[in-house]
Design a protein. Structure first.
Length: 300
């Protein structure tokens, strides 16, 4: 998979995640945030399980099994997923979809900053203005100019940190292990199991509530986790983390579109300007490095 195809796949992922905001909000009427998180990530693990088995057998035949350190890294990724998903889900319970979409996008400028601080990765200069423009676009799109920061908003803001670290590390780990499906499924199992144990211990539980939320849980488990999070691991083996963060932030745009068509939300002039900023950022982060490379070759 080349860089362009990887980035297109990331765009499809952001579309699925944009729709998932609606499902995540709807589920909170019937189940607790940790129960929703636990069940949907375990469903996601079941979706990717056949690919995990195939990949495991392939590594065994090649005498390249995963080492103890690899499993620790997968567990760490699962912990980051748990923190990000749980904090976001708790916040969604008491804030709006648009606010959650905007505040989640705070991880976009964090990814290049953390990549520079932790991994000494200096991204192409275009990442910085594109990340800021993307964040500004999400701000306009959410209509957050008059937003008051609530408790739910604070939970979602906190989720941006583990999301950013996860985006920074997941492709790096999957590429080094050459086992994207084991990385994806392993992190789902860790996240889902811990969240479910927490939910059963501290949240009210009823089969009636679980059945009422079956639709949103199925969407979140099969598409948002099983398909999109797995595809993220695959795509980020071939895409830069900073680029991926900007492209994945298009989930804010798609969340607004799904809100328009499914929930009757309407965008004002600021929201339309936000859409334009996000789309422009996604295009520029792809085109500017390519133009710089082409210019360098022509000079050579």
């Amino acid at each position: 998979m080349n860089r362009v195809r990887a980035n297109l796949l990331l765009l499809v992922i952001s579309l699925i995640w944009g729709a998932a905001f609606v499902a995540q909000s709807q589920a909170m009427a019937d189940v607790g945030p940790m129960l929703f998180t636990g069940v949907r990530f375990l469903i996601g693990a079941l979706v990717v399980l056949p690919l995990m088995v195939i990949e495991w057998r392939s590594l065994q035949r090649q005498s390249q099994p995963l080492q103890n350190g690899d499993w620790l890294k997968i567990g760490g990724l699962g912990g980051l997923l748990l923190l990000g998903a749980a904090l976001q889900q708790i916040g969604i319970k008491t804030t709006s979809i648009t606010n959650a979409g905007f505040l989640t996008a705070l991880y976009v400028p964090l990814v290049p900053v953390l990549g520079w601080l932790l991994l000494r990765q200096l991204p192409h200069w275009s990442i910085w203005p594109c990340a800021l423009a993307c964040l500004a676009g999400a701000y306009l799109l959410s209509g957050a100019q008059q937003m008051e920061i609530t408790t739910g908003d604070q939970w979602v803001i906190a989720s941006a940190i583990p999301w950013a670290i996860h985006v920074l590390l997941v492709g790096r780990f999957a590429d080094r292990m050459a086992a994207p499906f084991l990385v994806a499924g392993g992190q789902f199992l860790v996240c889902g199991a811990i969240a479910l144990v927490w939910a059963l211990a501290f949240e009210p539980f009823s089969w009636a509530g679980l059945q009422a939320a079956a639709g949103p849980i199925a969407f979140g488990g099969v598409l948002s986790v099983g398909v999109a999070f797995t595809a993220q691991v695959v795509a980020q083996r071939h895409a830069l983390a900073a680029d991926a963060a900007i492209i994945l932030s298009a989930e804010t745009l798609f969340a607004a579109l799904f809100g328009y068509f499914l929930m009757g939300d309407r965008l004002n002039a600021a929201g339309l300007a936000g859409c334009a900023l996000i789309f422009s950022s996604i295009m520029l982060v792809q085109l500017l490095p390519m133009l710089s490379l082409l210019h360098g070759r022509m000079k050579a």
